[in-house]
Design a protein around this ligand. Structure first.
Ligand SMILES: Cc1cc2nc3c(=O)[nH]c(=O)nc-3n(C[C@H](O)[C@H](O)[C@H](O)COP(=O)(O)O)c2cc1C
Length: 356
C-alpha cells in the first residue's frame, strides 16, 4: 500500500490535473484548507501579478463523496484562469479562426536556466513553448493540492508538517535592476514516529526519498537533511545525537541528524532544507542563441517573478508531507482510515517512544 500521484497539465493550457491513489476510505478533506494552501503558494514577496490573476481553486472530480475519501483514486484539477488569453495559442486541437491572444508566435529565444534549449533538442521541437509550458513551476499547484491531502492523512496520526523561508536575496534591489533572486527554505515535521523508511535498499531510505521529493521541485539545486553540509566540518563527537531514555521512551537532546539515521526516521523532528537558485527568466535578458538562425540573441522575456522563495516553502512543505504520507501508508496500511489509525496506535504500544 502506497500513495501515487499522476499529474498532467501545461502552464497556460485549460487546467492542471492530478490523480492521487492510495488514500484510505473515510479520510475527511477540507475544501477551504486545500484552497488556502493553493493561495499560500501564490502569495509572497517578489511574485508577479499573474498570481493575483490565477486565484487557484481545487475541483474534485472523483474519489470523494460529501467530503470523505472513498478509497478510490482522487481525481482533481486546478484550472488555469489565464487560459482565456491563450485559447488559440494553447488550443489542444488545431485552432480555428484568426490567431489571437498570447502564444501565437513560436518561442525561438531559449532562456538560460530553463528547460527551453534542452527540451527543444531532446523532443525535436521548433517552438520552445512546447517545452517550457510543462517544465514551468505552475505544475507545483498540483503538488500543493496533493500535499494538502497528505497533510490531512498525517494529521490523523499526529504528524504536522510546516515549511518556512530561511533566507532570500534582496528583492527590492534585484527588481530595480530587472534581476531575480533565490533563497533557502526549511521544512520541519513533528510527531513522526521512529521507523519510517528503511535501510534495506537505497531507494527505500527516507532521507533519499525526501531529497528526491525536494530536488524534484523546479529551481531547487541543493538539499540537506539536518545539519547536512555543516556536518562535514565537524568532529564525530560534535556531529551525532546521543541517545537518552526516560519514562516516555527514547529521545535526543540534539537533532543534528534531522530526525533520520540509516535512512529511517528516529523519532526526532524531521528537518530538511532546500536551496533555490535565482529565477531564470530575467526582465533584463541573458545572452542566448536564436533556435532558427543560430545567431546571437537575447533570451525570451516573459512575465515572471523576481523571487518565489516563500512559494517554494509551501511547495516544499507539500512535497515533504507527500513523501511522509507515502511512508506512513507503507508502514501502517489499512483500507479504512480507522484501520490505519489503529495500526499506528498498536505500533506505538509496542515501542518505547512517544511524541514530545
Ligand atoms: C514556486 C516556483 C515558482 C517559480 N516561478 C518562476 C518564475 O516566475 N520565473 C522563472 O523564470 N522561474 C520560476 N521558477 C523556476 C523555474 O520553473 C525553474 O528554474 C525552471 O523550470 C528550470 O528548472 P530547474 O531550475 O530545476 O533546472 C519557479 C519555481 C518555483 C518552485
Amino acid at each position: 500500500m502506497t500513495l501515487r500521484l499522476a499529474t498532467a497539465g501545461e502552464s497556460h493550457g485549460p487546467a492542471l490535473v492530478g490523480i492521487l491513489s492510495g488514500l484510505p476510505a473515510g479520510l475527511e478533506l477540507d475544501h477551504d484548507r486545500i484552497d488556502a494552501d493553493l493561495a499560500r503558494r501564490q502569495q509572497g514577496y517578489g511574485r508577479s501579478p499573474r498570481q493575483k490573476l490565477e486565484q487557484d481553486r481545487i475541483e474534485v472530480i472523483a474519489g470523494l463523496r460529501h467530503g470523505h475519501t472513498l478509497g478510490t483514486p482522487l481525481a482533481f484539477l486546478v484550472r488555469n484562469r489565464d487560459h482565456a488569453n491563450w485559447e488559440w495559442g494553447m488550443s489542444p486541437w488545431p485552432p480555428e479562426g484568426e490567431a489571437s491572444g498570447k502564444g501565437t508566435k513560436p518561442v525561438t529565444l531559449p532562456r538560460p536556466g530553463h528547460a527551453d534549449l534542452a527540451g527543444t533538442l531532446k523532443y525535436g521541437l521548433d517552438d520552445a513553448r512546447n517545452a517550457l509550458e510543462r517544465a514551468s513551476a505552475r505544475q507545483t499547484a498540483i503538488t500543493v493540492a496533493a500535499g494538502a491531502a497528505a497533510k490531512a492523512l498525517l494529521a490523523q496520526i499526529g504528524i504536522e508538517v510546516a515549511g518556512t523561508m530561511l533566507e532570500m536575496g534582496d528583492v527590492d534591489a534585484a527588481k530595480a535592476e530587472r534581476d531575480t533572486v533565490g533563497g533557502v527554505v526549511e521544512v520541519r515535521a513533528r510527531g513522526v514516529p521512529p521507523g519510517l523508511g528503511s535501510y534495506a535498499s537505497k531507494e527505500d531510505r527516507l532521507d533519499s526519498r525526501l531529497a528526491a521529493a525536494l530536488m524534484g521541485i523546479q529551481a531547487v539545486k541543493g538539499v540537506e537533511i539536518g545539519d547536512g553540509f555543516a556536518l562535514a566540518g565537524e568532529r564525530g563527537s560534535a556531529a551525532h545525537d546521543e541517545i537518552f531514555r526516560d519514562e516516555r521512551g527514547y529521545y535526543r537532546e540534539t537533532n543534528r541528524a534531522g530526525g533520520l539515521e540509516g535512512g529511517v526516521s528516529n523519532g526526532e523532528e524531521i528537518v530538511a532544507r532546500a536551496a533555490m537558485k535565482p529565477l531564470p527568466t530575467l526582465m533584463r535578458p541573458l545572452r542566448s542563441a536564436d533556435l532558427e538562425t543560430g545567431e546571437p540573441a537575447e533570451a525570451l522575456v516573459e512575465r515572471s517573478d523576481v523571487a518565489a522563495v516563500e512559494a517554494l516553502s509551501v511547495v516544499a512543505e507539500a512535497s515533504v508531507a507527500f513523501e511522509l504520507a507515502r511512508a506512513v501508508r507503507e508502514k501502517f496500511g489499512g483500507d479504512a482510515i480507522g484501520d490505519f489509525v489503529a495500526a499506528h496506535g498498536a505500533y506505538l504500544e509496542r515501542i518505547p517512544w512517544s511524541a514530545r
